[in-house]
Design a protein around this ligand. Structure first.
Ligand SMILES: Nc1ncnc2c1ncn2[C@@H]1O[C@H](COP(=O)(O)OP(=O)(O)OP(=O)(O)O)[C@@H](O)[C@H]1O
Length: 245
């Protein structure tokens, strides 16, 4: 693969810079077809698009998790990148705190892990096993595992996709709070247009492997009943080829 990967370090630079990114799994057609994208430090970007338009492929490229894929282009990301997936990927044979601090160095690792668990509302669950946590709690632990590494870039692929509606709403509030505190740049892949508008500073819609729509969310009120919210939702659903209900 001819990808020219680099590391961004200075704060004047964008946190993520992607230029002319191509990715393909077959000889017949590309999934990403010359994609350009910048994400500023601390900026929260939601990535939406029809099924199969390459959202996860882009996220995996940024995470350095590309497999079975050919391509070229330039990708620049910060040193500290964390990834959260739809399933928590906690190791079942390790207690929650040990999962959170897995691979961390330093005498204060346990202390930092416990602090991260407290931040996501899991104080007191350090010695629990993953199976003793609900799905939502497991995703909280997964967020703690990411944040304890103090990422400059947080990549999240449908992190709330498997959760019930009420837990999702709670997780939205938690993620927003955590991002306001830690200020990583965020790329969140989601199928949920409302989730994108509630959470993000910018919503990017992928189509045919390039950026089709790039809108800044400037709503003072992110409530679904707000007319600006409804207008933005209609615009995005329209671009997705869906008629708003
Ligand atoms: N490992 C792979 N091998 C072969 N094809 C793949 C592989 N991973 C993804 N693809 C194909 O690449 C295309 C884009 O997949 P990707 O998972 O990036 O889409 P997506 O936009 O995230 O889709 P969804 O919204 O359904 O999750 C799809 O056509 C998919 O079948």
């Amino acid at each position: 693969m001819a990808t020219d990967a680099g590391r961004l370090t200075t704060t004047a630079e964008p946190a993520v810079r992607v230029r002319n990114l191509h990715r393909s799994f077959t000889k017949d057609g590309g999934v990403l077809n010359g994609l350009d994208l910048d994400i500023a430090p601390g900026e929260f970007v939601a990535l939406i698009g029809r099924s199969g338009t390459g959202k996860s492929t882009l996220l995996r490229a940024l995470a350095g998790l590309d497999r079975d894929v050919t391509g070229h282009g330039r990708i620049e990301v910060p040193d500290a990148v964390s990834v959260v997936f739809q399933d928590s990927r906690l190791l079942p044979w390790k207690r929650i705190l040990d999962n959170v601090i897995l691979g961390l160095r330093g005498a204060d690792a346990a202390e930092r892990g416990a602090k991260a668990l407290a931040e996501v509302g899991l104080a007191g669950r350090e010695r629990s096993w993953p199976y003793q946590l609900s799905g939502g709690e497991q995703q909280r632990a997964s967020l703690a595992r990411s944040l304890v590494r103090e990422p400059r870039l947080l990549l999240a692929d449908e992190p709330f996709g498997a959760l019930d509606a009420l837990t999702r709403i709670r997780m939205h509030a938690l993620l927003r709070r955590l991002c306001e505190t830690h200020r990583p740049a965020v790329l969140l892949v989601t199928h949920d247009v409302d989730e994108a508008i509630v959470l993000a500073d910018r919503v990017i819609l992928l189509d045919a492997g390039v950026v089709d729509t790039d809108v800044r969310v400037t709503l003072a009120n992110r409530h679904r009943s707000d007319p600006g919210f409804a207008e933005l939702r209609t615009l995005l659903l329209d671009r997705l080829g869906v008629t708003a209900a």
